[in-house]
Design a protein around this ligand. Structure first.
Ligand code: KIV
Ligand code: ZN
Length: 567
């Protein structure tokens, strides 16, 4: 029982017959506005200093943001100084518009106009709170009182803008936010925004940005979308407004609310990269952009250097991007589980062979290379991992393509080693296991010297291959010398001379591996033991025939080892 729930009221649904947004899809990117340096910054334990803000600003520009809210210059001297530094050091590219936030209060508006002197492109963003709750408990006023504040603010902003434009030619656009829009009666939200638009002289050529904040997220995303569609339907002069979203993440659905809000008619989005912002944060613009990207829509923002962007973010905000953060977290392209690894391995092989123009790899919604993560291990090995994982590591990191039939055997060896270590194994450790298990096994049979040559024979005649060697076992050296119709046959005949007769050849695969400057051949041999069990061996040598012979010895040695372990 969790009876406390009764003190909360459910969010009242919006009456919106024939709502259209559920049938729409996102087909183009909105205009993005980063509020990292304002909403994000005001939520930090230690707000960014000048150098951090400048670095963050430059990174936002590099990502592709063309509208950036840089702060609240009337709120503090630091904020004021930061804006002045951006302007005076000429750090704002000509195609970037800086946005400044101000409450709809005359002295703060005046101060904000002083702060923007010398800038080329500015969005003057003013707001006042309109919600039912704030009117009741904070302002003790009715809706008319709230409308009056906004209208007076708009009037002053228009006058100061006209003066500034006449003086300097600065390009100034207007943005108004009925703060706590989603907690406001929709008809009141429409009313106040229409009055502000009138006061600012909005036209289709000189649109006003109406930013409709979900200041505190209090509903499921569909209700937010209903509010946006309702607002768009009822606003007079809709064509003279740009509808902007600004969601917060109190219920953990800011990204979803933004996406549905776009379906519902909004055309601009405010938020922050990685979702920093007041309380639970703002909508994460990186996630929104990458979500569009994965639907085949160019987001107009570039996250190809995700690790660098994440580093700048962490340095400036002193916050951490979670390991599971979509697209950016350290572990989001990593599979530990066996079945996922198998499917990824098959998907990667499929992509290499098929030349498909589409990304078709199970469990990897995007190509890690698209966010600069191509050199990071997708498959990592722990005790959850299976045969496919170990095989993938051997292939991707070391160029060894284990035959399918051999993968379960090596997978079990790797799994046992993980269990024993009680931790993840690094790729080199996986290779070392392979090396120890297959390549460095020289007992009980150790082939010390060998010579292999083919007799010259007339075309069409069967080949005769000679194997001569020295096989050491039971502390003695045994000379062997035999012929066969090929190297493997000759070697089996030679083994027969020292009493090794009951192994049956099952299968053979080989390929070249480049190890540093030189190239070697690796053979994988499967034998049937005298007890009818299957056993694998591997041999690595510059000579392809010797690689197979080493593989056979390896398989026999491994069978003997198993026998004595079982005895
Ligand atoms: O969340 C909010 O309502 C805001 C406004 C000031 C736009 O940040
Ligand atoms: Zn906000």
């Amino acid at each position: 029982m969790y009876e406390g729930c009764h003190k909360y009221r459910p969010f009242p649904p919006i009456d919106l017959p024939g709502r259209e947004w559920p049938g729409k899809t996102l087909q183009k990117a909105p205009t993005w506005c980063s509020v990292d340096l304002r909403d994000g910054n005001q939520a930090l334990v230690d707000p960014m200093n000048l150098e951090e803000k400048l670095l963050f600003f430059q990174t936002l520009v590099e990502i592709g943001f063309r509208e950036i809210e840089v702060g609240f210059p009337s709120a503090s001297e630091t904020e004021y100084e930061i804006l002045r530094a951006l302007i005076e050091r000429d750090l704002i590219p000509d195609d970037v518009t800086v946005q400044v936030l101000v409450q709809a209060r005359p002295h703060l508006i005046q101060k904000t106009f002083e702060a923007i002197r010398g800038a080329k492109n500015v969005i003057m963003h003013f707001y006042n709170s309109t919600s039912t709750l704030q009117r009741k408990v904070v302002f003790h006023t009715d809706m008319q009182g709230v409308v009056d504040i906004a209208v007076e603010g708009a009037r002053l902003i228009r006058r100061l803008t006209e003066e500034e434009v006449a003086r300097s030619g600065m390009k100034i656009r207007y943005e108004y936010s009925p703060e706590s829009f989603s907690g406001t009666e929709m008809d009141n939200a429409v009313w106040i925004c229409e009055r502000v638009m009138e006061e600012l002289g909005a036209t289709p050529e000189k649109k006003v940005i109406l930013n409709l904040p979900n200041t505190v997220e209090g509903s499921t995303p569909n209700c937010h979308a209903d509010q946006i569609e309702y607002f768009c339907r009822h606003l007079k002069n809709r064509e003279s407004a740009i509808i902007s979203l600004h969601t917060h993440n109190d219920r953990g659905t800011a990204v979803a609310a933004t996406e549905l809000g776009l379906l519902a008619g909004a055309e601009r989005v405010e938020g922050t990269i990685f979702g920093n912002g007041e309380r639970t944060g703002n909508a994460d613009l990186m996630v929104l952009a990458m979500n569009l990207y994965t639907q085949g829509v160019d987001p107009g923002l570039d996250f190809r250097h995700m690790n660098h962007i994440r580093e700048v973010y962490e340095k400036c905000t002193k916050m951490k991007v979670h390991e599971r953060h979509p697209y950016a977290g350290a572990l989001v392209f990593t599979a530990f589980s066996g079945s996922h690894q198998d499917a990824i391995k098959k998907g990667v092989d499929f992509m290499a062979k098929s030349g498909s123009p589409y990304w078709e790899v199970p469990y990897l919604p995007i190509d890690p290379a698209d966010v600069g993560r191509e050199y990071e291990p997708v498959i990592r090995i722990n005790s959850q991992s299976g045969k496919g994982g170990a095989a993938f590591i051997m292939q991707q990191n070391f160029g060894f393509t284990l035959p399918k039939a051999m993968q379960p055997e090596f997978g079990a060896i790797v799994k046992a080693a993980c269990d024993e270590a009680g931790r993840e194994l690094k790729p080199q450790e996986v290779f070392d296991l392979f090396d120890r298990e297959y390549l460095q096994i020289h007992r009980p049979y150790n082939l010390k010297k060998y010579r292999l040559y083919e007799e010259s024979h007339a075309e069409g005649e069967p080949a005769v291959v000679h194997f001569e060697g020295n096989l050491r076992f039971h502390h003695e050296d045994h000379e062997v010398n035999a012929t066969g119709n090929g190297p493997i046959d000759a070697f089996f005949q030679a083994l027969g001379q020292v009493g090794i007769t009951d192994y049956r050849f099952v299968s053979y695969q080989e390929h070249a591996v480049s190890t540093g400057a030189d190239s070697k051949a690796i053979s994988y041999i499967e034998l049937r033991t005298p007890h009818g069990e299957s056993v694998f061996g591997a041999g690595l040598d510059a000579n392809i025939s010797m690689a197979s012979i080493k593989g056979i010895i390896c398989a026999i040695n491994r069978a003997k080892k198993k026998e004595s372990a079982g005895a």
